[in-house]
Design a protein around this ligand. Structure first.
Ligand SMILES: Nc1ncnc2c1ncn2[C@@H]1O[C@H](COP(=O)(O)OP(=O)(O)OP(=O)(O)O)[C@@H](O)[C@H]1O
Length: 274
């Protein structure tokens, strides 16, 4: 019997309360005992000390990449195991760890085979972590429009699209320390791997490409956008004098000029079944 803490997010793209109940029932049938539950982001995540105090051995997160990011970042120094179950829209991290399986199928696999514990690479900048992906630059303003779509707020969507459109044609972002990327870019996508961050820089000077980028941001995956230059790096810096908007696993943050972005590895406490 192991005590676990359950984290859900009712706003994550594919979370269902019925599935959350099934997950708890299955874990209980497997002999595990729930020590507590967090409904993120309304409830604060427990601290590593609180988890140690409550005798928690593993964290079960049923949510999307943004919520998983918050848990991994908050528990970076915690020794317990972390099980990520897909409950979001894209679920990039859950797919990396378990393949194309839903939450209940992953629990069945766990019951049948001993779990593997792996570490995940991530990009770090100013204390923020990106495990699935980092997006830098003015085009990240499209994230606000996507949130408005999610909330079904038409007025907010129109305002957010106007702002995103204006900013996407603004000055762009420059990087230092990546010889292949010397221009100004509207967006730079960074995907962390074991030994490098795979960078894809988008220079959108035409309405057509910009429309593609905005459309992808609202509907799909931005990495499908056109006009991309690729490079690999383990460490680089934001050039220029202005703060740069960024998305860490889809969550918006601002980065100061001169900020270093570095590849790092998490501790090997994340459960994989694939
Ligand atoms: N670190 C965070 N801080 C505050 N709110 C967050 C954070 N991460 C996510 N959220 C909120 O939770 C909502 C759901 O995000 P989450 O990433 O869990 O699901 P998703 O976007 O559907 O999935 P995915 O990221 O896998 O596509 C977001 O719309 C955002 O409002």
């Amino acid at each position: 019997m192991r005590r676990y803490w359950f984290v859900t997010n009712a706003r994550s793209g594919s979370t269902a309360e019925t599935v959350a109940a099934d997950i708890r029932d299955t874990l209980s049938a497997m002999g595990h005992d729930m020590a507590g539950r967090t409904g993120f982001p309304d409830d604060a995540l427990p601290s590593p000390d609180a988890l140690v105090h409550a005798g928690v051995a593993w964290m079960v997160v049923y949510a999307g990449d943004g919520t998983v990011n918050a848990v991994l970042t908050a528990l970076h120094a915690w020794n317990g195991a972390i099980l990520i179950l897909p409950g979001g829209t894209m679920n990039l991290l859950a797919r990396t760890l378990h393949g194309e399986h839903d939450a209940m199928a992953i629990l069945r696999r766990l019951a049948d085979q001993p779990p593997r514990h792996v570490s995940l690479p991530f990009a770090e900048a100013d204390g923020h972590h990106a495990y699935a992906g980092l997006i830098l630059g003015p085009a990240t303003r499209w994230a606000a429009a996507r949130e408005a779509v999610r909330d079904g707020q038409v007025g907010r969507l129109i305002r957010a699209v106007r702002l995103a459109w204006r900013r996407s044609f603004g000055a762009g972002l420059r990087l230092a320390g990546v010889p292949e990327l010397t221009r100004r870019y509207q967006a730079v996508f960074g995907t962390p791997y074991k030994d490098h961050i795979d960078l894809a820089a988008v220079d959108t000077r035409t309405w057509r490409k910009l429309f593609d980028l905005g459309w992808m941001a609202l509907t799909d995956d931005w990495t499908n956008a056109q006009g991309v230059t690729r490079a690999f790096s383990t460490s680089f810096r934001l050039a220029g004098r202005r703060a740069i908007p960024a998305l860490f696993d889809g969550e918006p943050r601002q980065l100061l000029p001169g900020c270093d972005i570095t590849l790092r590895q998490s501790t090997a406490n994340i459960i994989a079944t694939a």
